[in-house]
Design a binder for this molecule. Structure first.
Ligand code: RIB
Ligand code: CA
Length: 309
């Protein structure tokens, strides 16, 4: 019996964040200590509310902490045009009953990591990196204390928000710079990987056929989620669940240790992840994942969601 992975999930729900939360809650390999919300897809009031509603949809009691309401430096941007004004279009969730956990997400992350032996806690970040950057600025020792930071963000090539930048990095490039220069162990699932994991219609139907309320809500979200066509398939790319899936099934993914730098100058390249993908000239600071067995991953996702009743 492998020991459970203690995880703090930092997110901005967000349609795909909601699916990632449910995957984590459905997986006994993960001990989800808490969810920390950050402003990103939508404002902090809605991301933290949505996180609480998704936890209660799963019948869980995972505490949800609210975090930073805006990026470190740049003016806020959101993705309401993608995720809807609620931040979670396609879902019809009951308003949460349990209140927000008391205290700020940044303080919770810092104190929880320091309270555990080094290497115990994994931070999974699937929104802008503002909360994690605030922790690392306030408490640089957290970088060496965490087991690793597994993040969805960035791109080896083209972005999805601008030609240069993926949303999570674009929304707070200065926070991303703090994280990637912190010395923490980083595993990165960029767009090149997540665009292979598409919620095609047949896959959505298979999830809906599971019949539980969580499965129906996931199918509703995925029906509403904007579609894209990559590698000959059309569906909504499951960006955020890929970061959780790395913890569960790392054997399904591949990539290489690379140097990753963040473009912070204003202009068309703001938020670009500059990745030494072809030639490593400097010390690597991240494992950048690019290959994924998406068919097997999706099959396992569906099997995992079958746990909900
Ligand atoms: O670019 C994809 C990322 O941006 C995902 O985390 C999605 O939720 C949005 O936050
Ligand atoms: Ca997200």
């Amino acid at each position: 019996m492998t020991t459970k992975r203690k995880v703090i999930l930092d997110c901005d729900p967000g349609q795909d964040d909601a699916v990632a939360i449910l995957l984590a809650l459905a997986s006994t390999e993960i001990e989800l200590l808490a969810i920390t919300a950050v402003a990103g897809n939508i404002g902090i009031g809605k991301t933290s509310l949505n996180a609480r509603a998704v936890v209660e949809l799963a019948g869980a009691e995972t505490p949800v902490y609210a975090g930073c309401p805006r990026p470190l430096v740049r003016d806020p941007v959101d993705a309401a045009h993608i995720h809807g004004d609620s931040g979670i279009d396609g879902a019809t969730l009951k308003p949460p009953v349990r209140p927000l956990a008391a205290g700020h997400a940044v303080d919770f992350i810092r104190d929880t990591v320091r309270a555990q032996p080094d290497g115990e806690i994994t931070l999974v970040a699937i929104g802008p990196l503002t909360n994690l950057a605030a922790v690392l600025i306030q408490a640089p020792d957290v970088a060496r204390r965490v087991r690793e930071i597994v993040l969805m963000g960035g791109a080896i090539g083209l972005g999805n928000t601008t030609p240069a930048a993926e949303f999570n990095i674009y929304a707070d490039p200065h926070a991303a710079h703090v994280v990637f220069t912190s010395g923490a162990r980083i595993v990165m699932t960029p767009l090149e990987l997540t665009h292979q994991v598409l919620a095609t219609q047949d896959r959505i139907q298979a999830i809906r056929a599971l019949g539980s309320e969580p499965a129906r809500q996931i199918a509703g979200i995925l029906d509403a989620y904007p579609k894209t066509t990559h590698f000959g398939a059309t569906g909504g790319p499951l960006h955020d669940p890929c970061a959780v899936a790395w913890l569960l099934w790392p054997e399904l993914m591949g990539g290489k240790e690379c140097r990753v730098e963040i473009e912070m100058s204003s202009g068309p390249s703001l938020g670009r992840t500059v990745i030494e993908w072809r030639r490593q000239k400097r010390e690597a600071n991240a494992l950048v994942l690019e290959q994924v067995d998406h068919a097997t991953l999706f099959q396992r996702l569906i099997e995992r969601f079958a746990i909900f009743r």
